[in-house]
Write a protein that binds this ligand. Structure first.
Ligand code: MTE
Length: 332
């Protein structure tokens, strides 16, 4: 991972106004937006799997997923202060827009409504549907406070909004033989200039086992800090797997494929000796180029000891009980 391992300084941004926020007078009225959506579905574009940016008036559409702020689920609270929102939304990894952490301005080019999501592979019936319709089918959104730990050894505490990933599995109706879910990010180099860098194996891909997807901690994130996700954080929907290193948390997902083959992830393709499929947080297993014993909290720069499974051992250790102890194999 380019830049990984060289701790970058966390900047304390004090900004009164987010420059990516749409001024009120430019926002689309709900009825205009709904009519556009109806038109889209009438002319068949909504189901055509087209990249949002190919649609003529897509950039004028309002945010599709509603229901923010969602009620907090107290079962998922934290023992540490939340990271400042400005920090979590301006220090991000999204290689589609470049390898720097400071890509949030570039990410504003991404059109996230409409956003077609494909569910295919070993399912009863393949579907292509808008992200907002998928979320509606999944159920009610909730807020959960989770630790968020990057393999680069920085960490945050984030109030995510979303729905348990098990609800996605329920909607997808996988066949009995499905063992993994392969997830894929959009591919649009005209908008995401990082995707012009041909040495990366675009599009970004990640994967989980069906058991991992069904675990209560696995979450499909749609928001942060009581609002819809910012584009740089993976709007309109991403994966949140708090017991794993952050690179497993794939952003801006366009496809979920149910399969009996273990997916090979983006970073695994680039450096399988550094970024394994399991990628469970473990203070005992150092990255080949740096220690994982401690983590640096963004915003405060406080150093804290890394926790096994990022502190979620009680919830997830059972997933790995049949493997050979807590050896390297868990990470790779
Ligand atoms: N998803 C995509 N599509 N592209 C990326 O570059 N980076 C990953 C992950 N998901 C990445 C991605 C990494 S390395 C991390 S640590 C987290 O996103 C960071 O999430 P955040 O920027 O919202 O904190």
């Amino acid at each position: 991972m380019q830049g990984i391992g060289q701790p970058k300084r966390a900047f304390m941004y004090i900004k009164k106004h987010k420059s990516w926020a749409l001024p009120e007078h430019l926002a689309t009225d709900e009825h205009v937006y709904l009519n556009r959506r109806q038109l889209l579905s009438r002319i068949g574009l909504a189901g055509a799997g087209l990249a949002a940016s190919q649609l003529p008036f897509a950039s004028a559409l309002a945010a599709p997923i509603t229901g923010f702020p969602a009620p907090q689920n107290d079962a998922y609270s934290l023992d540490r202060p939340l990271t400042m929102e400005e920090e979590a939304t301006t220090y991000t990894n999204f290689y589609e827009f470049g390898s720097s952490k400071n890509i949030w301005r570039k990410a504003q080019k991404l059109v996230t409504d409409p956003w077609m999501v494909t569910i295919d592979g070993m399912v009863e019936e393949e579907m292509v549907l808008d992200a907002s319709d998928l979320i509606k089918k999944m159920g009610s959104q909730e807020e959960r406070l989770y630790r968020h730990r990057c393999v680069e050894a920085w960490a945050m505490a984030v109030p995510w909004t979303g729905i348990a990933m098990s609800e996605l599995v329920r909607v997808a109706r996988p066949q009995a033989g499905a063992k993994f879910i392969r997830m894929e990010t959009f591919h649009n180099p005209a908008v995401a200039r990082g995707q012009k860098q041909s040495w990366y194996p675009w599009p970004y891909v990640e994967g989980v086992t069906m058991e991992e997807a069904m675990n209560e901690m696995a979450f499909i994130g749609t928001g942060m800090y009581g609002k819809g996700l910012e584009k740089q954080n993976g709007a309109p929907l991403r994966c949140v797997l708090p017991w794993k290193y952050g690179f497993k948390g794939i952003k801006s997902i366009v496809k979920f494929t149910f399969t009996d083959q273990r997916p090979v992830s983006f970073w695994e393709q680039l450096a399988s000796n550094e970024y394994g499929f399991w990628a469970n947080v473990n203070p005992e297993i150092d990255h080949p180029r740096w220690s994982q014993a401690t983590e640096r909290m963004l915003g405060t720069n406080e150093r804290l000891p890394t926790q096994l499974y990022n502190g979620y051992e009680a919830q997830v250790a059972g997933l790995y009980k049949d493997m050979d102890g807590l050896g390297d194999r868990l990470y790779r």
